[in-house]
Design a protein around this ligand. Structure first.
Ligand SMILES: CC(C)(COP(=O)(O)OP(=O)(O)OC[C@H]1O[C@@H](n2cnc3c(N)ncnc32)[C@H](O)[C@@H]1OP(=O)(O)O)[C@@H](O)C(=O)NCCC(=O)NCCS
Length: 160
């Protein structure tokens, strides 16, 4: 089975919506509405078997400017690998692909807000204090069902 990682297409949106919200229902990650995925499609990547349209997993790379000249962070969002494909290294490959994409853009630091910091630690990320991240990172939180009881842990990695 040849695995490819590529930018998501319009035809992938329904599958991305299904996989992300199936885990969101279990409070494993933030839910995403269809409109948000369509409008942020250029941020999304999928990993799949090159012969099939069905996706194995997805993730998004969101760029955040800190307000300081050329200080830009990349955020890994909506990272999800279908249950049957978990534990086979696909999550690692997708994150490493996003790191390369961020590096190509000249981004120096990449972070994620996660319930699985152990997974990211295996990939060289460190747990950081929330204060390190620009305030606007938290703007989406107000819409999150877990807002008042957020247990997401910020992890970050330097790309250089
Ligand atoms: C978390 C997730 C993306 C990991 O993807 P995956 O393909 O199963 O992970 P990989 O097989 O690439 O694992 C890479 C390493 O991390 C470890 N790992 C994977 N998931 C882990 C977890 N939940 N806790 C601790 N370690 C984990 C693996 O054991 C592996 O370690 P190794 O290199 O020593 O063998 C996937 O399990 C998933 O989609 N979970 C549900 C949604 C979710 O939690 N998304 C993350 C939102 S930030």
């Amino acid at each position: 089975m040849k695995i490819i990682i590529e930018k998501a297409k319009v035809s992938d949106v329904a599958q991305i919506h299904k996989i992300v919200n199936s885990f969101a229902k279990k409070n494993l990650m933030l839910p995403r509405v269809l409109n948000d995925i369509y409008e942020r499609l250029p941020e999304f990547f999928v990993i799949r078997n090159d012969k099939k349209q069905k996706i194995i997993g997805c993730a998004a790379l969101h760029i955040t400017w800190t307000g300081k000249k050329d200080e830009v962070y990349a955020e890994i969002r909506s990272l999800a690998i279908k249950k049957v494909f978990q534990g086979k290294g696909f999550g690692r490959r997708l994150v490493q692909y996003l790191e390369k994409e961020a590096k190509k853009l000249g981004v120096k630091k990449i972070f994620a807000l996660t319930f699985v910091p152990q997974f990211f630690k295996k990939l060289g990320y460190k747990i950081i204090s929330r204060d390190i991240l620009p305030h606007k990172v938290w703007t989406e939180c107000i819409n999150c069902p877990l807002f008042m009881n957020c247990k997401e842990i910020p992890v970050m990695k330097s790309l250089y």
